[in-house]
Design a protein around this ligand. Structure first.
Ligand code: A3P
Length: 300
């Protein structure tokens, strides 16, 4: 049961959230089989909140002694190929982990994470974003995919109405954010809760914070030598979006279909919703956000 999003039709509801069927299989299989270890680091996000960026920054941070700016795999692969999505290809994660890169990512809501992730005590880094910008980003992302497949994208207003009702990938958006927020308040040492806007404001500060949180802190020598600055530069929107691999490559699996890597890099700005949403639409989303987050001490 669900609504049609063109090619992305029939989202289905699973444990309170709207999932694409081909992701659902991966989620169920991860719930049944994924065995987390205490040293794993899981990068979690609500879609279009800066997942690609978080993957790049965290990967560059934890592999900084293995690679430099001219050897890092980030130059040759889209970050999603480097840090796999649990619900798409967690088998690749085991290979990475064996090589000492214990990084995995997921859009799965907190309440649906495999039990071993919660029980192992492994670190979770979550990123979210102003829902207005995430909605606009998601709308363009899906529209670009559909157009590239000669399919008709949903109109902005129809997509907006569905998003407000909670029917978007891994939506309701607010429930996703709140699930991780509440868990981060309960377990601050286990879950680091980040916002795209804060990260844009002072990326170096947050890279330092992520590094400390995941157990790879920067030494004062590294800080003096500009290592954090280099990681931020390497993972910047300008740098990543201009790499050949991200201009021309594709990402995906035969099951989910392939997406051009450049679809993950649109504008990379805070507040781009102003170019897309009417004042009424923005007010409607703000109103929902206020209602949903009331009493939570979180603001978006
Ligand atoms: P916009 O569509 O607003 O430009 P995700 O990675 O979760 O799919 O989110 C995609 C959003 O993050 C897009 O936002 C994209 O442009 C932005 N983004 C991708 N790489 C980024 C980077 N290195 N720095 C900042 N934003 C980035």
């Amino acid at each position: 049961k669900g609504n049609c999003w063109g090619i992305y039709k029939y989202l289905c509801q699973y444990q309170g959230f709207w999932l694409h069927p081909s992701f659902l299989r991966g989620v169920v299989s991860a719930q049944q089989q994924f065995q987390a270890q205490p040293t794993d680091i899981i990068l979690c996000s609500v879609p279009k909140a800066g997942t690609t960026w978080l993957k790049s920054l965290t990967f560059a941070t934890i592999t900084r002694t293995s690679y430099n700016d001219s050897t890092t795999p980030l130059l040759f692969k889209v970050p999603h190929d480097i840090v796999p999505f649990m619900e798409l290809h967690h088998a690749q994660f085991f290979t990475n982990r064996d090589r000492g890169i214990p990084l995995l990512s997921t859009h799965v809501p907190y309440s649906s994470l495999p039990r071993s992730i919660i029980e192992s005590g492994c670190k979770i880094v979550y990123i979210c974003r102003d829902p207005k910008d995430s909605f606009v980003s998601l709308y363009h992302f899906i529209a670009r995919i559909l157009i590239s497949r000669n399919a008709q994208p949903l109109g902005l207003y129809e997509a907006f109405e569905l998003f407000c009702e909670g029917e978007s990938f891994y939506g309701p958006y607010w429930d996703h954010v709140l699930g991780y927020w509440k868990a981060s308040v309960e377990h601050p040492g286990r879950i680091l809760f980040l916002k795209y806007e804060d990260m844009s404001d002072d990326t170096e500060f947050y890279v330092k914070k992520i590094a400390e949180f995941v157990g790879y802190p920067f030494s004062s020598e590294e800080q003096k030598n500009g290592v954090i600055e280099r990681i931020v530069k390497m993972s910047s929107f300008e740098k990543l979006s201009n790499l050949e691999v991200n201009k021309t490559g594709v990402y995906g699996t035969p099951k989910t279909g392939f997406v051009e890597n450049n679809t993950y890099f649109r504008k990379g700005k805070v507040g781009d919703w102003k170019n897309c949403l009417t004042a009424e639409m923005a007010a409607q989303l703000d109103q929902i956000t206020m209602q949903k987050l009331s009493g939570s001490s979180l603001s978006l």
